[in-house]
Design a protein around this ligand. Structure first.
Ligand code: AMP
Length: 403
């Protein structure tokens, strides 16, 4: 496989490793090569599991020694992401790299891109990790978004000219509802100003009364080939994804518009990889893009079981240059996330067996050692032909796990 010492060599078959001088869109990364993964959570874990099935090896870099994806890694690195020696070692063992978390430092992907192929690359990562840049990019490309303002300082909050209520979001490092505050009326402004302190800038968004939240996962080869999954319908609780329903309960006309919008966003970014575009469907059927994830998404885990090709397989194909194919749905699904302490309830043998008595249920545990409130510890997938039944089963299980 391509290593530093032979990286500039074209292998005999005419297929190159990660040689930057020959790394064009069509060069293939042969089976048996090592795929690098930045971040070691459940998304990196599902990527790694799929990569092993293809016949690749995986190198995982995550500062947490117990990161779930490391269970599948032939090489693992525990250093902080700004460690230069680990950068060299990671690039040395990896023939190319992808990522599973939008807070991987752009300085790291920038440096890695000079040595190996990184998909998706620094442009999409930069957009996804800074809400101000993301909103500006979407607006410049005529993609509809919620009305918003950017403030550098909490004192500017009083001057925001948007109809209330608002959500204030940190521009960087927010996730799962962290770094977000609701302002329902003008009396809340002073309280939130006190909370914000000095970690700006912030994006202030008008709260939209959406009907449904949707996510569309798109795979792109960086050239002419774009493929997508049909929209998934997402239900959040306290800003955390709780339930994902596939296919979303929307008309075929909305489905087509959501898919077109997601593809338009990814074409405008122009980088190969797998992305998720999250959006709001309003009462009047307008769609607004909320955010872009430069990676497979937690609302797409069901694709492992219910599509002809999963979002992780597409991530591997987009990374290695193997053909992107259009995913075909085999059956419907409802995915229930298991958060924090609910995982302890799930591991109670009586609960585990009663859930698994249902032949449509599959339990996925992510292998996270620390249980923290709201942390995604696993999910239960209900799949089968009757979406109504699956949803009832998921809601019943939600009740059992949260009681
Ligand atoms: P985000 O981190 O931007 O994905 O926000 C987390 C969740 O908060 C979203 O999935 C929505 O449920 C809710 N949310 C975020 N922004 C808005 C908005 N402008 N209007 C209404 N709900 C929102």
């Amino acid at each position: 496989m391509a290593k530093h010492s032979d990286r500039n060599r074209v292998v005999e078959s005419g297929v190159t490793g990660c040689d930057l001088r020959t790394d064009d869109r069509n060069s293939l990364i042969p089976l048996g090569s090592t795929l690098g993964m930045l971040g070691g959570g459940q998304i990196g874990g599902f990527f790694a599991e799929s990569a092993l099935r293809f016949g690749y090896k995986v190198a995982v870099w995550d500062p947490s020694p117990n990161a779930p994806a490391k269970r599948y890694a032939s090489v693992a690195f525990d250093a902080p992401f700004d460690d230069p020696d680990t950068l060299t070692k990671f690039a040395d063992v990896s023939d190319c790299a992808s990522l599973e978390w939008e807070n991987i430092p752009v300085s790291l992907t920038n440096a890695l891109e000079k040595i190996i192929r990184v998909r998706p690359g620094s442009k999409s990562l930069g957009l996804a990790q800074d809400r101000t840049q993301e909103k500006q990019f979407l607006t410049e490309n005529h993609i509809p978004v919620t009305k918003y303002a950017v403030i550098e300082n909490p004192s500017e909050l009083g001057g925001v000219q948007l109809e209330l209520p608002w959500i204030v979001k940190t521009a960087t490092l927010g996730y799962d509802g962290h770094g977000q505050w609701r302002i329902s009326n003008s009396r809340d402004i002073a309280d939130i100003q006190d909370v914000l302190k000095g970690n700006g800038p912030w994006v202030v968004e008008q709260v939209v009364p959406f009907k449904i939240e949707l996510s569309v996962v798109v795979g792109y080869d960086g050239g002419t080939k774009l493929v997508h999954f049909p929209p998934t319908e997402n239900i959040h609780e306290n800003g955390i994804l709780r339930i994902s329903i596939s296919p979303a309960r929307i008309s075929s006309e909305v489905e087509r518009r959501a898919e077109d919008l997601a593809q338009e966003v990814i074409k405008n970014i122009g980088e190969p990889g797998v992305f998720c575009v999250e959006m709001f469907l309003l009462e009047n059927e307008d769609l607004l893009v909320n955010e872009i994830a430069p990676r497979p998404h937690n609302s797409g885990h069901h694709t492992i079981d219910t599509f002809t090709v999963s979002q992780y397989e597409l991530q591997i194909r987009a990374l290695t240059g193997l053909p992107l194919v259009t995913p075909q749905q085999i059956t419907s699904s409802v995915l229930l996330n298991v958060l924090g302490d609910e995982y302890t309830n799930l591991t109670d043998l009586y609960t585990t067996t009663s859930i698994l008595q249902n032949q449509s249920a599959r339990i996925y545990s992510y292998g996270k050692q620390d249980v923290r409130p709201g942390r995604k510890m696993g999910h239960i997938l209900f799949n089968g032909p009757s979406q109504g039944d699956l949803l009832s089963e998921a809601l019943e299980t939600h009740k059992i796990l949260t009681k």
